[in-house]
Write a protein that binds this ligand. Structure first.
Ligand SMILES: [Zn+2]
Length: 115
C-alpha cells in the first residue's frame, strides 16, 4: 500500500529567500544610482521595479514530493519506507525500517465481529 503527498520544499524556500534579498538590494541600488542622473522617468521606473520585487512571494507550488509505503510479508516482517524529494533543488531523502511482528499464518481469528 502506498500514498503520495507533497509540501513546500524548505530548501527551495531558503534559496528563493536569499535570491529575493539579493534581487531587492540590486533593485534598490539601481534606483539609488539613477537618482538625479537618468531623468525622472528612468528613476520612477527603477523605483517601481523595487516595489515589484518587494511584492514577490515565494511560490508555494515548489513542492517536496513524498512517497510512503508499508507492507507485511509472509514471514511476518512489517516494513515501512518514506521517500521525499524535490525536483527543483535535488533534495532527496529515503527512510526505510522493518520489524518482525507476531503475525499468525494459520487463519487464527484475532478479533470477534460482535458489536
Ligand atoms: Zn527544493
Amino acid at each position: 500500500m502506498s500514498a503520495d503527498d507533497s509540501q513546500t520544499c524548505h530548501n527551495c524556500e531558503y534559496l528563493w529567500t536569499a535570491d529575493h534579498i539579493a534581487r531587492l538590494a540590486q533593485a534598490e541600488s539601481d534606483a539609488t544610482e539613477a537618482y538625479g542622473t537618468g531623468g525622472s522617468e528612468v528613476y520612477d521606473g527603477l523605483r517601481r521595479r523595487v516595489f515589484v520585487v518587494e511584492a514577490e512571494n515565494f511560490d508555494d507550488g515548489i513542492t517536496l514530493y513524498s512517497y510512503e509505503e508499508f507492507w507485511i510479508d509472509e514471514d511476518g516482517e512489517f516494513g515501512v519506507s518514506y521517500n521525499a524529494s524535490c525536483r527543483r533543488c535535488g533534495f532527496d531523502f529515503k527512510f526505510k525500517t522493518t520489524e518482525q511482528i507476531d503475525f499468525p499464518q494459520d487463519g487464527t481469528k484475532l478479533a470477534a465481529d460482535e458489536e
